[in-house]
Ligand binder design. Structure first.
Ligand code: TYM
Length: 336
């Protein structure tokens, strides 16, 4: 009986790069939602280290961040018994499938990707070919697991559209091989904005530390950053495009407490921003502090983390290789 239920569960795949310290944006846009899905889906949550190296990484930082990211997944509530958590480079099928898919992708499609355009304007001529091909590796990640749903923040929507296009193209060229995945972008918290320039997305690559909250920021730093967050001179807590700073803080508070934007407008009616900002800061601290303590404990127990990523890679490898073999065969590569 239990086996039957297992078989009909839909598949979820998602990942986060260990390329910098995680922000509140990563948490609210991705991680927090993953936790909610773990009982109803067959979930694969990956630490995408091969994506991280598309920009230069200090080897020892990459190692530290990869393990820390696994600890954050677990501390945020992703249960190792119910989910497959693994490190992307431990499953070679990802790189192999990415090559096969690269040969079915147009350079024009890749150079049109917003993230590529943003990054290439930042890095100029020293941009790696990996950064251009980056979305194809993401396509491989998703398609190898025949994922039904991919929970991500809004900024990844374009990459998901590309995934669907490439899957469909491959299916048409070589007969049905891949399930066409759907993005899963919930209503609230899927685009957390920069605290200093609220028209930009909150990002770990920003140069100004006051513009983001890190998942591992100590409570006092969180309080200071929220106190310094840019608002406006209107003085009303209102969910309006004219007040992007306030709108963003409301989004954060709503995503953390479950309150609707109308409820928040009512609650702070006529009160200015002081109490509102304090409440935002305390809601963040209340959510992140217990996670931070668990992360610290988990990082003391490297053997436990190792057990989880090894078990994860084994399970992921088993699933991924089946799809990879199918792809190779359809393309005309001779089986070993
Ligand atoms: P990455 O590592 O940039 O971000 C991880 C997740 O966090 C979400 N996110 C945000 N959500 C809301 N507000 C923000 N300010 C914010 N910043 C980031 C992202 O949407 C993402 O869900 N290419 C991906 C990683 C990846 C992946 C995959 C995701 C690789 N393979 C396969 C899904 C499926 C990336 O760079 O995410």
């Amino acid at each position: 009986m239990e086996n039957n239920t297992e078989q009909i569960k839909k598949v979820i795949f998602s990942g986060i790069q260990p390329s910098g310290d995680l922000t509140l944006g990563n948490y609210l846009g991705a991680l927090k939602n993953w936790v909610k899905l773990q009982d109803d889906y067959d979930t694969f949550y990956c630490i995408v280290d091969l994506h991280a190296i598309t920009v230069k990484q200090e080897p020892k930082n990459l190692r530290r961040r990869t393990l820390e990211l696994l600890a954050i997944y677990i501390a945020a509530g992703i249960d190792p018994e119910k989910n497959t958590m693994f490190i992307q480079s431990h499953v070679p099928a990802h790189s192999e499938a990415a090559w096969l898919l690269n040969c079915n992708t147009y350079v024009g499609e890749l150079s049109r990707m917003t993230q590529y355009k943003d990054k290439s304007s930042k890095y100029g001529n020293s941009i790696s070919a990996g950064l251009l091909n980056y979305p194809v590796l993401m396509v491989a990640d998703i398609l190898l697991y025949q994922a039904d749903l991919v929970p991500v923040g809004k900024d990844q929507k374009q990459h998901l559209e590309l995934t669907r296009d490439i899957a469909d193209r491959f299916n048409k060229a070589y007969s049905h091989t891949f399930k066409i995945p759907e993005p899963y972008i919930p209503e609230n918290g899927t685009k957390i904005m920069d605290l200093q320039e609220p028209n930009k997305k909150m990002s770990k690559s920003s140069d100004n530390p006051n513009s983001f909250i890190l998942m591992m920021d100590p409570p006092d730093i969180i309080r200071k950053k929220i106190a310094r967050a840019v608002t406006d001179s209107i003085g009303e807590v209102k969910y309006s495009d004219e007040q992007p700073g306030v709108k963003n803080l409301m989004t954060i508070l709503g995503a953390l407490t479950g309150a609707s934007m109308e409820q928040l407008e009512q609650k702070y009616l006529g009160q200015g921003y002081a109490q509102f900002k304090k409440d935002v800061a305390e809601a963040i601290v209340a959510e992140l502090e217990p996670i931070q303590n668990k992360v610290k404990d988990l990082l003391e127990n490297k053997t436990y983390l190792e057990e989880i990523y090894k078990k994860g890679a084994e399970k992921a490898n088993y699933v991924a290789i089946k799809t990879l073999r199918k792809m190779q065969k359809k393309i005309g590569l001779i089986q070993k």
